[in-house]
Design a binder for this molecule. Sequence first.
Ligand SMILES: CC(C)(COP(=O)(O)OP(=O)(O)OC[C@H]1O[C@@H](n2cnc3c(N)ncnc32)[C@H](O)[C@@H]1OP(=O)(O)O)[C@@H](O)C(=O)NCCC(=O)NCCS
Length: 165
Amino acid sequence: MGDLQGLRIAPRVPGDIDRLGRTFGPSARAYYLDRSRRQGVLLVARVGERAVGAAFVSTEPAPESAIIRHLGRVPMLHRLMVDASLRRKGVGTKLIAAAEAELRRRRLWRVAVGVDVDNASAARLYRRLGYREWAHGLLETIREDVKDGKTIAVPDVCHVFVKYL
Ligand SMILES: CC(C)(COP(=O)(O)OP(=O)(O)OC[C@H]1O[C@@H](n2cnc3c(N)ncnc32)[C@H](O)[C@@H]1OP(=O)(O)O)[C@@H](O)C(=O)NCCC(=O)NCCS
């Protein structure tokens, strides 16, 4: 646990976007920068000056009509990431707990997350934390990526997990 001594999870402060870029690379940096200008909160896990993880909690209406139809305006978790060298030590769990606490603080009582069909380990993590797959099958979605500084939309298919907080 030595590497994680002093771990702190908090909403983004100045310098965090650059810290995230140093840990996760330029495309993640651009993604988090774009998201941080939109509705929601960017949570950053830090050890000293090093960003070791992040998650964005969006409070915008989801762009997928199926989400709106079945869940209405539900907050969504996006781009949960932990530094590859520090995984399986509980940082992801703590980021998810911090996202849930932030939503409760805002008196929002549900959260949803899309998990790629090939991401069994993330699905297991969410299930362990009380998330359940919705009853409406796979979601055809648009994954937002950043290429050459521009946000681009990539078609994707994912499981949708929901938790009541
Ligand atoms: C998914 C991801 C964020 C998880 O982060 P993480 O920090 O490894 O998450 P945790 O350590 O909290 O949990 C991962 C597993 O380690 C286990 N674990 C947690 N602390 C542990 C410890 N001290 N010792 C041993 N195992 C531990 C957890 O029980 C969990 O097991 P499970 O998968 O069987 O439920 C990380 O793997 C990642 O960045 N993946 C790439 C991006 C991604 O796929 N994001 C998800 C998008 S939906």
